[in-house]
Structure formats: C-alpha cells, structure tokens
Design a protein around this ligand. Structure first.
Ligand SMILES: O=c1ccn([C@@H]2O[C@H](COP(=O)(O)OP(=O)(O)O[C@H]3OC[C@@H](O)[C@H](O)[C@H]3O)[C@@H](O)[C@H]2O)c(=O)[nH]1
Length: 425
C-alpha cells in the first residue's frame, strides 16, 4: 500500500516536472522560431535595400557617365593641343602683325610664323577672312586675333608687318570698289604710318594685276604694266599700284624698310567656297556635277602656285635685304580650258564644260618671270600643280560635306563682268 502511494506520489511529481520541461521546451522553440523570423526579415530587408541601392547606383552611373564624357571633352579642349611651335629666344622671336591674317593666304602665313616660334597678331575685318581659318591658334600665348579694319588707324608695337588686307578675288574686290580702294590706299597709309612710328619693316602683298593685261610675256619686275585706270578691275589694280607707290615714298622720305611681293595666281585649302576665282569655281563645279564655267574661249592663260610655296616666298622676302618689288609665282603656264579639263579629270567628274561670255578687261596672258626671286631669295616653287590641286580638291570635298551637315551649300559666285556692262553697288 505504502509503496503504491509512494509510486503515485513520484509519478505525480514527474508529471509536473514533465509538464514543466515540456513548457520550457515549447517556450524555447517559440523563441527560436521568433528569433529566426526576426533574423530572416532583417536579412530580407537588407537584401531588398542593397538591391534597390544597386539599382539607384547603376541609374546614377547611366546619367553621370555621359556628363563625365562631356567634362573629359571640355578638359581636352582647354588643354588644346596646338600645332607644334618652335622655341625661339627673346632675341630671335619677333612680334609680327599680319593684316588680313584670317584670310586664305594670311592664315597659312599665320601658321608658318606661329610654328616658327614668333608672336603673331592677326588683324582682320572678316569681309573675306574667317575665324575658322585661325581658330586652331586661339588661346595660344603667342597668338592674338583682333577684329579691326585697316582703314582705321591701329596702334600696336610690332617688329614686322605683313600687309595682306584686301579682297583678292575679282568678284570680291569688284563688289564694293570704293571699299577696295580705301583698303588699298588708306589701309596701306595707316600701316606705313604704324611701321614708321614703331620702326617696323613692312611687306606689302602686291599683285601680278599691277601688270594689267600685259603686253610683255612673261612679266618681269621691270615691266610697268598695261592697266585700264577706269575699268572694273581698276579699284584693285590701281589700288595696289598706288599702294606700291606709297611704300617707296615712305621708304625714301621716312626711311621705312619696305618689301613688295607681286603675287601671281595662288590656290589651295581655305579658299572661300564663294571666292569666285577659277580654281575654287572649277573644283566646286566638278565635285557637284555642275558645268565648269569657262569665260570666253578659254585660251587666256594663267600660271598657278600652291599656297605653301607663296608663304615660303613671302617669309624669305621679308627677311631678305631686297627692297624692290619681287614676283612670287609658279611659271608653269596653262590655258584656262586646259585647267578645266585637268580639274575635271582629277576630280573624276562627268561635268560639262560651258563657255560663257568673256570678262571685261580680263588679262589674256599671265606668267611670272621669277629669275629675281631665284637669284636674290634662293626661292622657287616646289609643289607640282597636280599635287596642289589634289590637296585643294580634298579640302573642298570636306567643305561640301561640312556644309551639307550644316544644311547650307553656297554656290560658287559668278565671277564675271560682262563686256561693256556697268556695275552698280
Ligand atoms: O569660273 C571662272 C572663273 C574665272 N575664269 C577665268 O579664269 C582666269 C583666272 O581668273 P581668276 O578670277 O581666278 O583670277 P585673275 O587672274 O583674273 O585675278 C587674280 O589675279 C591674281 C591675284 O592677284 C588675284 O587673286 C586675282 O585678282 C580668268 O581668265 C577668268 O576669266 C573662268 O574662266 N571661269
């Protein structure tokens, strides 16, 4: 009996203990499940957060990358790579003014003098010159660009002046003959005044047009010319003739050092699309499949030099001791019709050749005698005609593409003055 009661008591105690133990186990289980749940939701939250952070980061990256690229481009343009420039000592470095320095010839001369290590100031009124021609120098410490018309006086300190400012193509200089006259007379007077004041040497860009429609062939520097003083070309021809007269008056009376280059027909890259001279007209016409416009019979002759030859001649003349006029040109002479055929072939164009009426007072023959330049400057042209023409064709092809992208294609300007027709501006 006693033992039964004892057993009952023990099992009752065990049952309670068991219940207690079960209760504790249940609590522990619930706690662990809860813990896991909290842990999991923490991890889940974290991964959601990380995921959305990643998405935001990649979105930001997408927006920022093009901006970074733009900044890199801007940095590149600030630390612009200029064409290589020689170092010149203070003694050898000259302060050089180029009037008309943003024009066709002027901009090539700018390139040469900059690369030689000089300080170059370009003055241009942008009538026929363009900023694009010299934009690769803008910001360079040796370079300065001034928008100025030489008809107004200019006060700067320089050692040499290359006076090129003047429209040079017949349609351009005939466009406003009075302005052409003022540029070549008052403009030259102003530049000679500046040369006198600062003791600079001045080189005048004169022209083969001072020989007019020549009766002597080829033309040497001692030929006085055959110019119609009241014809449509007179504003340029006579303007340059009086500019030469002014140079020698300043030399004799005031002791100004002058150099006079008589420049014959020149061509090359950076001629304006609207220039109107024969080489640019023919190339543009051939490239666009339009008729090549020959004025008159095409039997009139010209001799064309490539622009780099001219630039070398100008620099050689400036730094020589030759103060009398010097012809700079390439003596290889062709008829205009031959030029038309040559350009057509080089372009590979199927354009027709169209004969139009003859231009008034058009010189019938022109070819430089360059014995003087050879002897006194050791200069002669070295670029063969076809090589130069191919470079010019390449340039105009690119220009046409550039214009097409900008949706504007100017047509070559008609460069003719009909015989006997007066022109009003
Ligand atoms: O489309 C054209 C343009 C011109 N021509 C002819 O080609 C010849 C050359 O004419 P350009 O207009 O190129 O040049 P020009 O020789 O008349 O004048 C030039 O002379 C020397 C420089 O000083 C000047 O750059 C410029 O005045 C001329 O006989 C002209 O009538 C054409 O047959 N077709």
């Amino acid at each position: 009996m006693v033992s039964k009661a004892l057993l009952r008591l023990v099992s009752a105690v065990n049952r309670r203990r068991m219940k207690l133990l079960l209760g504790i186990a249940l609590l522990a289980y619930v706690a662990s499940v809860w813990g896991n749940f909290v842990n999991m939701s923490f991890l889940l939250n974290r991964s959601i957060q990380e995921n959305s952070e990643l998405k935001i980061e990649s979105r930001i990256e997408e927006i920022v990358e093009p901006l970074r690229e733009k900044i890199r481009d801007l940095e590149k343009s600030f630390t612009q790579k200029y064409p290589p420039v020689k170092f010149l000592s203070e003694k050898d470095r000259k302060r050089i003014l180029i009037t008309g320095g943003a024009g066709f010839v002027g901009s090539h001369l700018t390139d040469k003098l900059m690369m030689d290590g000089h300080e170059v100031t370009v003055v241009d009124n942008f009538f026929t010159g363009r900023k694009r021609n010299v934009e690769h120098w803008i910001g360079h410490e040796n370079f300065e660009l001034i928008n100025h018309d030489v008809v107004e006086p200019l006060y700067i300190e320089v050692d040499q002046i290359y006076h090129l400012a003047s429209p040079a193509s017949p349609p351009n200089y005939m466009y406003n003959p009075i302005k052409t006259l003022k540029t070549n007379t008052i403009g030259t007077l102003n530049m000679l005044g500046l040369a006198k004041r600062v003791g600079a040497r001045l080189l005048l860009a004169s022209t083969s047009e001072v020989y007019g429609d020549p009766e002597v062939h080829p033309q040497s520097e001692d030929y006085w010319g055959h110019v119609n003083p009241i014809g449509p070309r007179a504003c340029y021809d006579e303007g340059k003739r009086v500019a030469e007269t002014m140079c020698y008056a300043y030399m004799k009376q005031e002791g100004v050092e002058v150099r006079v280059a008589r420049i014959f027909n020149t061509f090359g890259p950076r001629m304006h699309m609207n220039d109107g001279r024969v080489v640019s007209n023919f190339i543009l016409q051939a490239l666009q499949g339009e008729p090549l416009t020959v004025y008159g019979s095409g039997s009139q002759t010209r001799a064309f030099q490539y622009v780099s030859d001219l630039v070398n001649g100008l620099v050689a003349l400036m730094n020589s001791n030759v103060s009398s006029p010097v012809n700079l040109g390439n003596p290889e002479e062709h008829t205009i019709l031959e030029f038309a055929q040559l350009i057509k072939n080089l372009v590979g164009s199927g354009s027709e050749i169209q004969f139009l009426s003859e231009a008034q007072d058009d010189p019938q023959k022109r070819k430089p005698d360059i014995k003087k330049a050879k002897l006194m400057l050791g200069w002669e042209p070295v670029v063969p005609l076809e090589e130069g023409l191919n470079k010019a064709i390449h340039y105009f092809r690119k220009e046409l593409e550039y214009q097409a992208n900008n949706q504007y294609i100017p047509k070559p300007k008609p460069a003719r003055i009909k015989k006997g027709r007066t022109r009003h501006n």
